[in-house]
Ligand binder design. Structure first.
Ligand SMILES: Nc1ncnc2c1ncn2[C@@H]1O[C@H](COP(=O)(O)OP(=O)(O)OP(=O)(O)O)[C@@H](O)[C@H]1O
Ligand SMILES: [Mg+2]
Length: 325
């Protein structure tokens, strides 16, 4: 059977940060930021990754990109394993796997003109550009909705939304297979957010690029994603098609997140659950199910056995002992 492999295939990825003892001899140990997450993204697909602050979303993205070394697990890109590549080989792979962060200003060289920012990856990587680099840069400007007269501007001469368009143009320059967007629109005004989101959707239709869309904003993720994964304390607790995840969330944590967020629920189908307490520390996690200390329906079993993600039907995966199916 020959099937096209997923564009991005992440298997049991973990990242643990070692921490030093404090002056008072407290602490020591490890931060389990990402704890064995697995998912795959197909060509032209957007997977949303949501969860509260500190649950490990950015660390997951950075470990996939090797901006931080994964502690364990595998990352496959178009059927090729990339997590073990050396620095030089990984640099070449960055053509195919790009990233857009929240703050475009910090990721742009303030001394370069916009045209050179977009041309830089082309000069560094591409051997021959049909039509030449100038023409390609002009095309990229056009695609992301920037005007030709803005090509000679410096990053500080753009608005926040325009700067994010510039970052997207640069990310697209080498025709990547997947772009990891980490809170890519979170700093923008709502109306500008919508423009950038529409831009990403159009670019995906035109190029088939896959997105891993990391955000704490459930409404934005609902808008952009085909499927959505929910993280809690380093683990994926639920992953499903968008409609199923938002329409019939099965994990008590997802239900609580959605009932707390201003996400439209026109049919009033979702039960209201209020999350009690704080997220436990990733240094000292509860035994068994990490969510049990805040779960409204935790049972004795939940403290003993860590629930695994399983398919409860229709490609809807949930890690909870109490969910049937
Ligand atoms: N370099 C590091 N050293 C030690 N701990 C770290 C490091 N980077 C992240 N962490 C910890 O790992 C956990 C996950 O952090 P991460 O930034 O991935 O969360 P996040 O889900 O992206 O949060 P946010 O929504 O606030 O961006 C946190 O507890 C964080 O403090
Ligand atoms: Mg983050």
């Amino acid at each position: 059977m020959s099937q096209t492999p997923p564009v991005l295939d992440v298997r049991d990825l973990s990242k643990t940060f070692a921490i030093r003892r404090s002056f008072f001899g407290r602490g020591g140990g490890a931060v389990h930021a990402v704890d064995g997450i697995s998912f795959a993204i197909a060509e032209g697909e957007t997977l949303g990754l949501v969860g509260e602050s500190g649950c490990g979303k950015s660390t997951a993205g950075r470990a996939i990109l090797r901006l931080t070394e994964p502690t364990a697990g595998e990352v496959w890109l178009d059927g090729e394993r990339i997590d073990g590549l050396g620095a030089g080989e990984m640099r070449l792979k960055r053509r195919d796997i790009q990233v857009v962060f929240q703050d475009p200003y910090s990721s742009l060289n303030p001394r370069l003109r916009a045209r050179d920012i977009v041309a830089e990856p082309l000069r560094n990587f591409a051997s021959a550009i049909p039509g030449g680099i100038e023409e390609r840069v002009a095309d990229l400007f056009d695609r992301v909705g920037l005007r030709p007269d803005q090509m000679d501007r410096f990053p500080h001469e753009f608005s926040g939304g325009q700067r994010q368009r510039l970052v997207i143009a640069r990310a697209l320059a080498l025709k990547p297979r997947v772009i990891i967007c980490d809170e890519a629109v979170s700093a923008l005004d709502v109306s500008v957010q919508a423009q950038v989101i529409n831009l990403l959707a159009r670019l995906q239709r035109e190029t088939g690029v896959a997105f891993l869309f990391i955000s704490h904003d459930l409404a934005v993720v609902e808008h952009v994603s085909h499927r959505v994964a929910v993280m809690y304390l380093g683990r994926i607790v639920e992953i499903a098609d968008k409609a199923a995840l938002y329409g019939q969330p099965r994990h008590p944590y997802t239900q609580a997140l959605l009932s707390a967020a201003p996400v439209p629920d026109p049919d009033g189908r979702r039960d209201r659950t209020i999350l009690k307490g704080e997220v436990p520390s990733p240094i000292n996690r509860p035994s068994g199910c990490h969510f049990r200390t805040r779960c409204p329906s935790a049972a004795a079993e939940c403290a003993k056995v860590s629930p695994v993600l399983r398919d409860v039907g229709g490609n809807h995966h949930v890690a909870c002992h109490l969910v049937e199916g």
